[in-house]
Design a protein around this ligand. Sequence first.
Ligand code: SF4
Ligand code: SF4
Length: 338
Amino acid sequence: MDTGIIKKTNIKAVIEALMQVGEVIAPVRKDDYLVFSPLSSADAACLDYANSKLSPKGCFFPQTEVLFTYEKEGHKTFEPPREAKPGFIVGIRPCDSRALALLDPIFDERQYHDVYYLEKRKSKTVIGLACNEPQSTCFCTSTGGNPSDTAGMDMLWQNLGDRYLVRPVTSRGRELMAQLPHIEEAGQDDLARAQEQGEKALSKLPPVFSADEVADKLSSSFDDSLWQKIYEKCLGCATCAFVCPTCHCFDIQDENRSGQGRRVRLWDSCQFPLFTLHTSGHNPRPCGKERVRQRVMHKFNYFKVNNGQVACVGCGRCIRECPVNMDIRQIVSAYSVK
Ligand code: SF4
Ligand code: SF4
């Protein structure tokens, strides 16, 4: 079977079946927003949603993570038990899944294999959920994606009202499809409805800029006077980096007490002044102008030059969550017409 359907009346049973096999991470309601979290019951999964407040990258690259503990006496180190539990991440949006595909080579490059990230990443089968109703802040089509993109996924589900259309993407996804209960072969009507919905969602997201053109324009914009204007309202709070599915900078700190301690990895951000502060006191990015420019240049120019694609998937979280309404689309668009 190449394409299947799962009726919504059976979705709870399907999630329960996945929970029998391993840990299931899915969007769950927390206060008035959604986060990706391991399910304790299939009822907690919320697949009828726009997108989560924090990206699911934290499931693989947690905001804080103990790398190991140590005792100074005898120079002993102890690795914590690995937390990667085999299972599934269900309901991830195409932009966030593409962000994982973008992060994979960063944490698994030729010289460095980040086992903390890679073990978690490899342990989960990724089941994505296509976007039928993009938000006003979404712009995935400007950064190379689309509302039904399958990058980074093993399987894609698409909401067709009373059912989900199910398409495997990888061999892992095909194996899972063969084992899923309550799956039926998709009919011509289902396929036609899925295509119509996909086209409708795509039509709601006309590109606002061309990522390729912007990357070229930014190459000659490092000293542009516009940066001076852009940065002025930025508070340097780094909310934009902390909600971003592609930001991956971290700091490593040792926490010591009475001869014992632990080495911890924490998210960091180029929006913080300490990020580039040298021990000499010199800071090559001394003010907000340099720091905002770094964020935009890294995402839309440096990363493209080094990795062949921009480091933004157009999820819109930084636009939604910025306390002073900075809109990265406007910044990038301003340079695209220069
Ligand atoms: S969230 Fe907004 S105010 Fe905070 S650092 Fe980012 S752009 Fe600046
Ligand atoms: S820069 Fe903003 S829109 Fe782009 S991936 Fe990060 S949070 Fe999403």
